[in-house]
Design a protein around this ligand. Structure first.
Ligand SMILES: Cc1cc2nc3c(=O)[nH]c(=O)nc-3n(C[C@H](O)[C@H](O)[C@H](O)COP(=O)(O)O)c2cc1C
Length: 161
């Protein structure tokens, strides 16, 4: 039997970028959550995937709206990455952020390096997560600054600045 702590620790050795998944809540207001379970799939059709826990608000919203945004964070957005990793009732503190609206009405988190506006093309439920395949309908880019990274359960800056 695999040891869960050892599994979690070993997974943490995979350094990733950090995204914020944007959706619309039940009132049609923007909702965000931090996610690093993101990957490209195909160039044609242009597809990506994200893996979303069933306990999150985001999962419920994506099940209803069938669209979502992936916003790749910069190091300057580390506070936002930490903020959107908490459940909304625990999101306290002095963070400033603004949204724009994509062509298909998905919220764009301003200041992110890249935004992918996606329609859910398919999904696969496994355990307590759903893997969503997103068809990328829109890309916005704003590549100033270095990417925010996550490694070994913490924020990571390979340049050491
Ligand atoms: C670096 C980092 C990456 C995360 N990646 C994911 C992820 O890929 N999928 C996921 O379901 N939760 C992920 N989380 C946890 C969610 O951000 C967290 O559960 C959040 O509170 C969900 O917000 P919501 O319930 O309002 O949607 C991650 C957290 C951190 C700090």
């Amino acid at each position: 039997m695999l040891d869960t702590d050892e599994f979690r620790s070993a997974l943490g050795q995979f350094a990733t970028g950090v995204t914020v998944i944007t959706t619309l809540d039940d009132e049609g207001e923007p909702h965000s959550m931090t996610a690093n379970a993101f990957s490209s799939i195909c160039l044609a059709p242009p597809t990506i995937m994200v893996c979303i826990a069933h306990g999150t608000n985001t999962h419920g919203f994506m099940e209803k709206t069938h669209r979502f945004g992936v916003n790749i964070l910069t190091q300057e957005q580390q506070d936002l990455g930490a903020y959107f990793a908490r459940r909304p009732e625990n999101r306290i503190g002095d963070v400033e952020y603004h949204y724009s609206e994509s062509e298909n009405k998905t919220p764009v988190l301003d200041g992110s390096m890249v935004f992918f506006g996606c329609e859910v093309l398919g999904s696969h439920v496994y355990g307590d997560h759903t893997i969503y395949i997103g068809l990328v309908k829109e890309i916005r880019r704003n590549e100033s600054g270095a990417p925010l990274m996550f490694y070994n359960s913490g924020w990571y800056n390979p340049g050491g600045n």
